[in-house]
Write a protein that binds this ligand. Sequence first.
Ligand code: ADP
Ligand code: MG
Length: 233
Amino acid sequence: MENILTINNLTKKFGYLTAVKDLSFTIQKGNVYGILGPNGSGKSTTLGIVLNVVNKTNGDFHWFDGSVDTHDALKKVGAIIERPNFYPYMTAEQNLKLVCKIKGVSTEKVEEKLDVVGLLDRKDSKFKTYSLGMKQRLAIASALLNDPEILILDEPTNGLDPQGIHQIRQIIKDIASDGTTILLASHLLDEVEKVCSHVVVLRKGEKLYSGRVDEMINSHGFFELKTEKQSEL
Ligand code: ADP
Ligand code: MG
């Protein structure tokens, strides 16, 4: 199996607070990984570190078995870690063409990616007329413009209505079945169960479990996780 991302003993401290503690896991090509944990468990911090927007305190990570440095590796990564932000008075298509120019990639993939997220028939609508779910789908299309090896999503369904949640999850599964590796952070066990093949469970920055989702569900400790679900996980 090809390794996309390897994290070794990663630690992040914000002053006295340890947000991520001695965390290790590996992302292999072709799988759908969830980082699962309640709010404040270190999910976004972990994603921020591997995307080079947060400085690590200790430990290490490397992309693609260290074959390229992080700067070059990130050209092969698509990520949405913030609320999608586009120009409100430009159409979806115009916004994506602009993203292509900024990223230095060809604009020929714009329609293909709009189709992947089910927005091709709305490509001429202004961004401001989009629902929250459509905005999130446009953000996914945008993150796919450079045909990334891996797509990283932080809480991809937060704030969406049930239909929007269902659509996003289906799109993630479609993208994965086309061979793109996925890493998503979520506080919802349900989301990880529905979308992911593999999971890293975090609590207070520490890894509680990592492995296959089906094995987690069948495993002895799962009832503890289920109980925690009531209070968030
Ligand atoms: P999650 O994404 O799982 O909700 P985060 O990674 O955002 O968790 O946060 C983990 C912990 O680190 C939380 O206690 C949070 O308050 C803290 N934290 C995150 N970012 C910062 C920051 N820039 N400065 C100080 N503390 C932070
Ligand atoms: Mg977060």
